[in-house]
Design a protein around this ligand. Structure first.
Ligand SMILES: [Zn+2]
Length: 465
């Protein structure tokens, strides 16, 4: 492990242990590269458009949606006709990565364009400090009406994610076992109808692909042979986890059939929302982004769920961006979803943006590295640059290296035989750790009374992901 990364790790591990935060400097080339990554590109046009002619900006975030289970990303099962249709008129980012593999940090990153650990969003009761400027606040300041529909406790007002939204609908936060996508669409369509002269920023969060995996009557996916194993629709995650040691390929296949059913069910609901959007006179001035907060593991490393690994199944996410006046295109450069806010801010011509936002994804320029993090079950940080991916375990101070083109499923750790490439990526990672991940404001925790705790427990949220 390089000296630069070892040095950065000391600081991160100190913070992880909640010790005092100390200011640091980093003058290395890697730090400058990371700083450049974060510097907002100054994308506001010389004369920002008046509020009345700014585009509507719609963000659709699907919880736990793996990129490889969508037709527009090569899946052969018909899970996503609606998103596939959107992809045919959108920019399709073929290599988009979330900033963290579980809901709170990932959505926090989307809403602020900041690295989750800089936000202090590291556990299930972490709360976004009010000092941060959110997407909703930026759009509101520019004259937008700002509305949201969310369907998971981990991206709710509990985390302070309602900051800046005029309307923040949480009526579909109903636990793991209930299908909520049609309800989410209904509320979003209702909010769309509350038209006024202002442009709209709408954030819509769907939850159904997250466990528990239900089987939807309208979207059954069954293999040619009858399944007689222990996997059942709607099983509690804890029960599935207990089964892991005995699960075999047919069981994982069955889990993926159920998951695909949830994806198709959600896709149909998103289709209804897209239909409502297309019917509005403002459709020709509507930017639509679709992405996910993270993926899901189905036994690739003999584990299920998400949160504690940074392999592709957990961090590769779809990213579709429909930009009026710009045709469909597939883009193969690695990008972070932290770039969604600066991209949409640029498209909307927002002025007076705070510094240190992520990168505008439509800005010309050489590709830049992507960084991902988790503090669940360990302290892992990943750096992706071109075809190389480094996963550094900051607790054990060890790194793995993968070649994503030659080894897309990340099976062969090349760290031992490619020391120079490991050192190069560790240097990039050290720069990012130094400038992008230090909490700038005092981390906050949601304060819950006993009734609130009981409600969360009854929905299965506490201890979940
Ligand atoms: Zn999530």
């Amino acid at each position: 492990m390089t000296g630069a990364l070892r040095w950065a790790i000391v600081s991160v591990m100190q913070r992880t242990r909640a010790s005092r935060i100390s200011p640091r400097r980093c003058g290395s080339r890697a730090a400058l590269a990371a700083a450049a990554l974060l510097a907002f590109p100054g994308c506001a046009p010389e004369a920002p458009p008046a509020a009345a002619v700014r585009p509507d900006v719609i963000w659709i975030v699907v919880d736990t949606l793996r990129r490889d289970r969508l037709g527009c990303y090569g899946h052969t099962r018909a899970t996503s006709p609606e998103l596939d249709a959107l992809a045919r008129e959108a920019l399709v980012f073929e290599r988009a990565y979330t900033s963290a593999p579980w809901t709170t940090p990932a959505v926090g990153g989307l809403l602020t364009a900041q690295a989750p650990s800089a936000l202090g969003l590291v556990h299930e009761r972490s709360r976004l400090p009010a000092e941060w400027t959110t997407a909703a606040e930026l759009f509101a300041q520019a004259g937008y009406r700002t509305s949201a529909v969310v369907s998971h406790s981990f991206c709710s007002s509990l985390q302070g994610f309602d900051q800046g939204f005029e309307v923040f609908d949480e009526t579909n936060v109903r636990g793991y076992a209930e299908a909520t996508s049609p309800g989410v669409t209904a509320r979003a369509v209702e909010l769309l109808a509350r038209e006024d002269e202002r442009p709209l920023f709408l954030f819509v969060h769907y939850f159904d692909p997250h466990f528990a995996y239900l089987e939807h009557e309208a979207h059954p996916f069954r293999g040619p042979r009858a399944y007689a194993g222990p996997v059942r629709p709607g099983q509690r995650f804890e029960e599935l986890e207990r089964l892991v040691p005995s699960l075999g390929e047919p069981d994982y296949e069955r889990l993926l059939e159920l998951y695909d059913s949830e994806v198709a069910f959600t896709d149909a609901a998103i289709g209804k929302l897209l239909q409502a959007l297309r019917a509005r006179p403002r459709w020709e001035r509507t930017v639509v982004a679709v992405t996910a907060d993270h993926g899901e593991e189905f036994g690739e490393r003999r584990s299920l769920g998400h949160g504690s690994t940074l392999f592709g199944e957990a961090i590769d996410v779809p990213l579709l961006l429909r930009v009026p006046g710009r045709g469909a295109e597939r883009l193969s450069t690695p990008v972070s979803t932290l770039g969604l806010l600066p991209t949409c801010a640029a498209l909307a011509g927002l002025a007076d943006l705070p510094a240190q936002l992520g990168r505008d994804l439509l800005r010309a320029g050489p590709p830049e590295p992507v960084f991902v993090e988790t503090n669940q079950g360990g302290v892992l940080r990943a750096a992706i640059d071109g075809s190389s991916k480094l996963i550094a375990d900051l607790a054990t101070r060890s790194s793995r290296l993968y070649h994503l083109r030659l080894d897309p499923h990340e099976r062969a750790d090349r760290a031992a035989s490619h020391a120079a490439e490991v050192a190069r990526l560790e240097e990039l990672l050290a720069g990012w750790l130094a400038v992008a991940t230090e909490p700038r404001f005092t981390p906050e925790e949601a304060q819950l009374d006993e009734a609130a705790l009981e409600r969360l427990r009854s929905l299965g949220y506490l201890g979940g992901r």
